[in-house]
Every structure is written in structure tokens, then in C-alpha cells.
Design a protein around this ligand. Structure first.
Ligand code: IMP
Ligand code: MG
Length: 214
């Protein structure tokens, strides 16, 4: 499956070319993926997903918290396709909360917090919507939990996949962008809960890692 590759030497865009909240101006190095480009890529992902999964009822499963902005935007595009074509597919939503990060480090423990009973997914076509895949551990854990409930089909869409030697080799079915091995924030990606209120995807600078450390 095709995706946009952001190279390791990508310079991005200077912050002052875009609108960035004042409270984050000192914390970011550059804008790496502007909001408009995220939206344009998401529109195409929606089309690819409907083409492949559109035969049956889709349950879109949002991986909270980081996935919520991408989830909302992706579903808006899927809804637009449903509204404006002769073929359409029922779409229902579900939410699960996973946590594996402390500061900028992935921990080995993936915690499932809250969410509906996964057993409601039995026999359904499930689309897992995730913000970013790094080691792949979060997604592999979720997929093995899900397989216990026997869904009819499971596909994974991740807006971002990080190019990193820490990867387990896991690749989602649909990928928005492949990104360099830096810590990214914005568009609901957080650093200790900060930066979800930033529209563009940006690289966090070293000062900020210290400033927001827990
Ligand atoms: P994995 O289990 O190592 O694949 O990590 C996946 C999870 O770690 C994602 O769902 C994110 O919540 C978080 N994560 C990984 N890289 C980043 C990043 O660059 N910024 C923010 N969160 C990240
Ligand atoms: Mg996540």
C-alpha cells in the first residue's frame, strides 16, 4: 500500500509560516506535516478504506487518546463518501484507551484503560484507527486481544509510521505518512498530554522534553 514518505533530512517549515499556539512557540523545532496535508492524505485513505471494506458494516475502533483527531477527520471523509455515492456502508464507532508511553519512551507494558467490551466486535468488520505506530507493540497487543473475540475482518489504519530500528516489523494495512525517528507532537499526538491542542504535526525540541517531563 502506498504512503507519503517524509525523509530523515526533511527540513519541514519554519514555525512562523503557520499559525501555532503562542504557548508552544518555544517548544517546537519545525512544522513537519502541515494540517492541510494531513487532511488531503486522510481524504484519500478514506477512499481506499471504503473501496476495500465497503461491502459490509464497518465498526471503526478509535485508539484513544492520540487517535481521536485523525479518527474524527477520517470518519467525516468516509461519511462524505457514503452520502454522495450510490453505494454506502453502515458505520458504527467504538473506543478503546491504551497507554504505553512515559515521557518520550515507549514502555514494554501496554495498558488497556476503559472502552466497551471487546466482545461486541464479534463477527464485525473492524477498522482500528491509530495515530502512530513506532515499535508496533501497541498494535500487536491490541490485535491479539481482538482476535480472541473473532471479528470477521480486522484492518488497521495509522496516520503515521515511524522509521525506527526499534520496530518489530509490524506494518498497518493503511499508512498516511512514514516519518523519521523523532518525537512528534500535534494533531492529537502528545508529550505527557501536552500538544494535542496543536493542528500541525511538529518536531518537539530538546528543551521542551525537559520542560514537560514528568
Ligand atoms: P508502539 O507501541 O511503540 O508502536 O507505540 C505506539 C504508541 O506510542 C502510539 O499509539 C503513541 O501513543 C505513542 N507514540 C509513539 N511515538 C510517538 C511520537 O512520536 N509522539 C507521540 N506519541 C508517540
Ligand atoms: Mg496511540
Amino acid at each position: 500500500m502506498a504512503y507519503i514518505q517524509i525523509p530523515d533530512d526533511e527540513k519541514g517549515y519554519k514555525l512562523d509560516l503557520f499559525c501555532v499556539p503562542k504557548h508552544y512557540e518555544e517548544d517546537l523545532d519545525q512544522v513537519i506535516i502541515p494540517h492541510g496535508l494531513i487532511m488531503d492524505r486522510t481524504e484519500r485513505l478514506a477512499r481506499d478504506i471504503v473501496r476495500d471494506m465497503g461491502g459490509h458494516h464497518i465498526v471503526a475502533l478509535c485508539v484513544l487518546k492520540g487517535g481521536y483527531t485523525f479518527f474524527a477527520d477520517l470518519l467525516d471523509y468516509i461519511k462524505a463518501l457514503n452520502q454522495n455515492s450510490d453505494k454506502s456502508v453502515p458505520l458504527t464507532v467504538d473506543f478503546i484507551r491504551l497507554k504505553s508511553y512515559c515521557n518520550d519512551q515507549s514502555t514494554n507494558i501496554v495498558k488497556v484503560i476503559g472502552g466497551d467490551e471487546l466482545s461486541t466486535l464479534t463477527g464485525k468488520n473492524v477498522l482500528i484507527v491509530e495515530d502512530i505506530v513506532e515499535t508496533g507493540r501497541t498494535m500487536e497487543t491490541l490485535l491479539s486481544l481482538l482476535s480472541e473475540c473473532n471479528p470477521k475482518m480486522v484492518k488497521v489504519v495509522s496516520l503515521l509510521v515511524k522509521r525506527t530500528p526499534r520496530s518489530s516489523g509490524y506494518r498497518p494495512d493503511y499508512i498516511g505518512f512514514e516519518v523519521p525517528d523523532s518525537f512528534l507532537v500535534g494533531y492529537a499526538l502528545d508529550y505527557n498530554e501536552y500538544f494535542r491542542d496543536l493542528s500541525h504535526i511538529c518536531i518537539l525540541n530538546e528543551n521542551a522534553k525537559e520542560k514537560y517531563k514528568v
